[in-house]
Design a protein around this ligand. Structure first.
Ligand SMILES: [Zn+2]
Length: 166
């Protein structure tokens, strides 16, 4: 079975009007996308599909909690990933997925929202994933990183250079 089948909405045969769906998102979801920069996020996406035979309006409301190590000290940080999208959907000859307008070709029978959920989660991320103030970081870890860096940057002892010339 398609592990992402849960993120597909078959729209053929729906009654005209609003239909609500709730999609759970968890760590497992992100394992299906090797390119994902999010691994540990969990929550729901509420979907409302306003269906008619001539067009559709898709509203998605995402609410996830994301756990990610601080980029400076690796301590776990928690972020809320919140985002809303509204997408107009029309029918046409060929399928064209635009940013907020999708055209569905004649052979399409379902909406596949997995990729959209993935993109929404990435767009909802804060720009910097670090403790707001460096003083909030795990100072012990920062200490380790500094030592590492200083050692690799330390110039070669000039006495060794002198030996090489012997
Ligand atoms: Zn930190």
């Amino acid at each position: 079975m398609d592990p992402l089948a849960f993120y597909k909405i078959p729209f053929m045969g729906l009654k005209a009007g609003k239909h609500e769906f709730q999609m759970d998102v968890d760590q497992e979801f992100f394992t299906h996308f090797p390119e994902s920069e999010i691994e540990d996020a969990k929550g729901v996406v509420d979907v409302v599909l306003d269906y008619s035979e001539t067009n559709m309006v898709l509203k998605m409301n995402m609410n996830l909690n994301w756990k990610v190590p601080c980029g400076r000290c690796l301590e776990e940080l928690n972020y809320d990933l919140q985002r809303e999208e509204q997408i107009a959907i029309q029918y046409g000859e060929e399928t064209v997925i635009g940013e907020d307008l999708w055209t569905l070709g004649k052979n399409e029978i379902e909406l596949d929202l997995a990729q959209t959920v993935l993109e929404m989660a990435h767009l909802a991320r804060p720009t910097h994933q670090v403790h707001e103030n460096e003083s909030d970081c795990d100072q012990k870890m920062l200490g380790y990183f500094r030592t590492d860096k200083e050692e690799s940057e330390r110039p070669i002892d000039p006495r060794w250079d002198a030996l090489k010339n012997l």
